[in-house]
Design a protein around this ligand. Sequence first.
Ligand SMILES: NC(=O)C1=CN([C@@H]2O[C@H](COP(=O)(O)OP(=O)(O)OC[C@H]3O[C@@H](n4cnc5c(N)ncnc54)[C@H](O)[C@@H]3O)[C@@H](O)[C@H]2O)C=CC1
Ligand SMILES: [Mg+2]
Length: 338
Amino acid sequence: MQRFNRVLRRTGILGSRFYSSYVSRMRYLFTLKEEDEACRKAMDSGSIYLFHKLAPLLQKAEYGGYTTPAMQASDLKGILGKLGQNKDLLQESILIGCSESHVTQFALDLGVLEKESVESQVTGKFVELRKAFFLLNGHDLPLISQSHALLRWHQTHRYCSESGQLTQRNQAGSKRVCHTNGAIYYPQMAPVVITLVSDGSRCLLARQASFAKGMYSALAGFCDVGETVEETVQREVAEEVGLEVESLWYTGSQHWPFPNSSLMVACHATVNPGQTQISVNSVELEDARWFSAGEVREALERKRPPRERAGRATPVWVPPRTAIANQLIREWANQQPK
Ligand SMILES: NC(=O)C1=CN([C@@H]2O[C@H](COP(=O)(O)OP(=O)(O)OC[C@H]3O[C@@H](n4cnc5c(N)ncnc54)[C@H](O)[C@@H]3O)[C@@H](O)[C@H]2O)C=CC1
Ligand SMILES: [Mg+2]
């Protein structure tokens, strides 16, 4: 905390004016992205979330479920030493945030080491990200999702696309620079809209052939270059189910690490109740249907995935609460008369 205040004072951020805790944290993170030396020092007293080939480290929680343990940099140095690894590996950590108590948070991928030997030195197991999404509670997910996306971006964007030379990251990992031509690269994400279409009394849910059996979700689609969010919603609904959107409104957003890194923009939309004939685009979807509020409430309550009964179709279920699709569907159901 003292070091934290020193950096803020030096950069003029901590002055006579009162800054809220949130503002001072954000200003501190801004400084760490700009100043490599300050970031290096912050790492020494920071907490580090571990990954192995992009699989996060998960620990069984005392009262059930799983959490993502954070290691102290000093403990991690000891572990790296025991595994015969140079402590400089720690410098590859990337900055992901700062806790409310002003502890800086970093993520590090130990993929160069053997998974089992790392697991023998820590409490927990490295779990593939999709599985981790089902095991973790909503609180841990944004941090893990952000770390995964940033680590992945650095691992897959190492070269300058103009000069073909290796680029260098800044200490925080918020950008990469090509020292041959000065080109700067920032982490990328793709904007995606996710839309719950309603005709006033029913809502439209659809499934792709790749979804788990029985799972239906809201319509989703990547934004094309040059499109507004509104245009993407209208195009995706027309493309996927052959309907024309009359009105739409934004309700929330979520970072989503699959398949790469997306910013999910969630919207509700309505169509004319007199023009609800669905025409499913079979290249994109396996099925799309209208559901009553009662059917949607049952799907929301169902265990995921539901137990299969021999000779019966799998009951309809929806994505878990950790997906913004669930929030959209729940919001709509809550607005319908009981
Ligand atoms: N968090 C959530 O609640 C949900 C998230 N999603 C995510 O939304 C994403 C988009 O939904 P889809 O219906 O699959 O999109 P989509 O309807 O746009 O179809 C996918 C196709 O779009 C093309 N495409 C265009 N730009 C792309 C890009 N930047 N990256 C990859 N493919 C691109 C590809 O040909 C791909 O096969 C999915 O990847 C999925 O993970 C989907 C539903 C719920
Ligand atoms: Mg789609």
